[in-house]
Design a protein around this ligand. Structure first.
Ligand code: DQA
Length: 143
């Protein structure tokens, strides 16, 4: 089956952006690690990053046809976007939410997630390893 990994705003700068919080691995490194983690499971990874909310909504809509599960780090839209929650609610497969940092130890505005209202699991504060945990979790849910 196809697992779609979605990354929202500023996550294209992973590895460069606030490395003390988000680490030194790039998004490419993360995607490669997730593909490795899925080796032998029979599942494959598709990945998409955008800084445009409408483009993200349209990618989630398309996932209704071309993906079986979603792993999403919505970045700051996590805390702002009811539209993204609604788009994810229209997707029928498993959804796992990832945050690299331990958002509950950070500013209060990062403590609430609209995405969590739809997510089957939430992985927070595991660094970029959280993406590997998330793809393995959705692989299990798909089996
Ligand atoms: C983040 C946490 C968000 O609060 C922030 O806006 C991000 C990254 C994380 O992965 O820890 O862009 O989702």
């Amino acid at each position: 089956a196809t697992i779609l990994m979605l990354n929202g705003p500023n996550l294209g700068l992973l590895g460069l952006r606030e490395p003390a919080i988000y680490g030194h691995d790039t998004l490419e490194d993360v995607e490669a690690a997730c593909r490795d983690a899925l080796q032998g499971t029979g599942h494959e990874l598709d990945a998409f990053q955008t800084d445009h909310e409408g483009a993200m909504l349209e990618r989630v809509h398309a996932a209704r046809q071309d993906a079986d599960a979603v792993v999403i780090n919505a970045g700051a839209w996590t805390h702002t976007s009811i539209a993204l929650l609604d788009a994810l609610s229209a997707f029928e497969g498993p959804v796992v939410e990832v945050h690299i940092s331990q958002v509950h130890r950070r500013e209060a505005f990062r403590h609430h997630s609209y995405v969590s209202a739809r997510a089957d699991a939430v992985i927070v504060g595991c660094g970029v390893q959280g993406y590997e945990f998330a793809v393995l979790r959705v692989a299990r849910l798909l089996d």
